[in-house]
Design a binder for this molecule. Structure first.
Ligand code: BG6
Ligand code: MG
Length: 218
């Protein structure tokens, strides 16, 4: 049965996906690179470097220029997360985390972000995590399974004992590659490959999830 949950952060527990988008938009505008919300869809859950590479396309930037642009975007992003507070947890997030803990389920953070730790501290949920896998944990980013496998290993669990909660196509792909059960949050167009698709975590309870995940397992 399920013994662990691995939660993505940005777009799952809090709406920092919007801050990532705005920081990239600001950088793209300054660099006169074409970018908009639509283009940002392909960046959801994607690492900092891969995101920038998608924005610049085949334009010839040097490694130093790419590095400078990544630093600039991160500076904008870090600025925007300073005021994050517990009230910025998305509806249902804290309730589900508490419920899972009470049920004896282990909880990991599985975020591609190098800023994940300060964000969960500001959200006041660092204590609810048994382990944290973030942008510093593994080399290969999502959609590679590495980050989620690292998280499961830290929890002392096998992949098939873990459920991944994700809002990004790249994250669902990574979880499937890790052979874990998946809960996709958001439109079917984005997370339709997940075992269970829900709009968000509002009103979501462990008992319902258990039933839905069991039904999804063939
Ligand atoms: C993911 C976000 O969680 O982290 C992406 O969904 C982001 O938008 C990635 O690019 C890397 O984050 P950071 O903070 O290390 O640039
Ligand atoms: Mg996400």
């Amino acid at each position: 049965g399920v013994q662990g949950f691995i939660f993505d952060l940005d777009g799952v527990l809090t709406d920092t996906a919007e801050f990532h988008y705005r920081a990239w938009q600001r950088l793209a505008d300054e660099e006169n690179l074409p970018f908009d919300r639509q283009a940002n869809e392909a960046l959801r859950g994607v690492s900092r470097r891969e995101s920038l590479l998608k924005i610049v396309g085949d334009r010839p930037y040097s490694e130093a220029q790419l590095q400078a642009m990544m630093d600039r975007k991160n500076h904008y992003y870090v600025e925007s997360i300073q005021d994050i507070a517990p009230t910025d947890l998305l509806p249902g997030a804290r309730e589900l985390l508490n419920e899972l803990r009470q049920a004896g389920i282990k909880i990991a953070l599985g975020s591609a972000s190098k800023n994940a730790r300060p964000v969960i501290e500001k959200l006041g949920i660092a204590d609810l995590m048994d382990t944290i896998a973030d942008g510093h944990s593994v080399e290969r980013p999502k959609p590679a399974p590495d980050l989620f496998l690292f998280a499961a290993n830290q929890l002392g669990l096998q992949p098939d004992q873990c459920v991944v909660v994700e809002d990004a196509a790249a994250g669902i792909e990574a979880a499937i590659a890790a052979k874990m059960l998946t809960i996709g949050l958001g439109p079917v167009k984005r997370v339709g490959a997940a075992d269970v698709v829900l709009p968000d975590l509002e009103g979501v309870h462990w008992a319902d999830l258990q039933a839905k995940l069991n039904a999804a397992k063939r």
